[in-house]
Design a protein around this ligand. Structure first.
Ligand SMILES: NC(=O)c1ccc[n+]([C@@H]2O[C@H](COP(=O)([O-])OP(=O)(O)OC[C@H]3O[C@@H](n4cnc5c(N)ncnc54)[C@H](OP(=O)(O)O)[C@@H]3O)[C@@H](O)[C@H]2O)c1
Length: 225
C-alpha cells in the first residue's frame, strides 16, 4: 500500500469527477479550479463499476502535489485521504477539494487509504440518517466486518450503548476491542431475546444491519418503540 509519490485535487462545488484515468487523471498538471493532484501512497480495496476505460479505486491517500485555483483548506505537501467515484489505483489522482481530507495527526497512509468510504458510510448512516444520540442503544450486526467494526467505534464515540452481533468469536472480539457493551453470537443465540435481556426490555433505538435475512426479522422484534 505504501511507497509511491503523491498528489491530489478537488473540483469546485458540484464538480463530479476526481478520477484518474490510466497514468494520469483528467486535469493533470496543477489540477483545475478547486482541484488537488497527487500520486497515491495508499489505495482502498473496494470494487468500482464505471464505463470503460477506467482505473478502479474508491479511495486513496497520499501527499498533495498540486492545487487548483480556489482550493483553501489543503496545500501542497499535506498528507491527505480522498474518496473518489473511481481512479484511486492510478499512478496520479486528481480529485475535487470537497472529497479531500487532511490526515489527522498520527494516521498513517495505509490506514487513511481504507478510511473514507467505510467510516463515511457509517457516519452517514448513524449521524445523518439514524441521528443516533448519546444514551441510545445501537444494535450493530456483522460487527466483524469493515462496516461493523467502524460502526462500533463511531457508535461508542457518539455516546451510545453498542450491542454487537457476529457469527464468529473473532468478530465479537473485534467488537469488544472497539468498546462494544454487549456481544451476541447471531448464529447461536436468539438475537431478539438477548437484546431485550441486555436492555431490560427496552430494545434497540437504532439498528445498522449490513447482513439482512433472519437478522432483519429479529431486529424488527427488538426495536425500542
Ligand atoms: N466497506 C464499506 O466501506 C462499505 C460501504 C458502503 C456499503 N457497504 C456494504 O455494506 C455491507 C458490508 O460491507 P463490509 O465491507 O462490512 O463487508 P465485510 O467486511 O465482508 O463484512 C460483512 C460481514 O457480514 C457478516 N456476514 C453474515 N453473513 C455473511 C455472508 N454470508 N457472507 C459474508 N459476510 C456475512 C460477517 O460478519 P461477522 O463475521 O461479524 O458475522 C461479515 O464480516 C456490504 O453489503 C457492502 O456492499 C460497505
Amino acid at each position: 500500500m505504501q511507497g509511491m509519490g503523491a498528489s491530489f485535487g478537488p473540483r469546485g462545488r458540484g464538480g463530479g469527477g476526481g478520477a484518474a484515468r490510466g497514468r494520469r487523471g483528467p486535469g493533470s498538471g496543477t489540477g483545475g479550479r478547486g482541484e488537488l493532484r497527487g500520486q497515491p501512497h495508499g489505495r482502498g480495496p473496494l470494487p468500482v463499476q464505471a464505463p470503460f476505460p477506467f482505473s478502479p479505486g474508491f479511495e486513496a491517500s497520499g501527499v498533495v502535489a498540486g492545487i487548483g485555483e480556489g482550493v483553501r483548506d489543503v496545500t501542497v505537501g499535506d498528507g491527505v485521504m480522498v474518496a473518489l467515484p473511481h481512479g484511486g489505483f492510478a499512478e496520479e489522482v486528481v480529485a475535487p477539494a470537497t472529497s479531500v481530507f487532511r490526515l489527522p495527526e498520527g494516521m498513517d497512509f495505509r490506514t487513511a487509504a481504507a478510511f473514507p468510504v467505510a467510516y463515511g458510510t457509517v457516519h452517514l448512516a448513524l449521524v445523518h440518517r439514524a441521528r443516533l444520540r448519546r444514551g441510545q442503544v445501537l444494535l450493530m450486526h456483522g460487527a466483524g466486518g469493515n462496516v461493523g467494526r467502524a460502526a462500533v467505534e463511531v457508535g461508542k464515540y457518539l455516546g451510545a450503548t453498542v450491542l454487537a452481533t457476529s457469527g464468529s468469536e473473532r468478530g465479537l472480539e473485534a467488537a469488544r476491542e472497539r468498546g462494544a457493551d454487549g456481544l451476541i453470537r447471531y448464529d447461536r443465540e436468539d438475537v431478539r431475546d438477548r437484546v431485550l435481556e441486555i436492555t431490560d426490555g427496552g430494545g434497540a433505538d437504532v439498528v445498522l444491519d449490513p447482513v439482512g435475512g433472519d437478522l432483519f426479522d429479529a431486529s424488527l422484534r427488538c426495536v425500542a418503540w
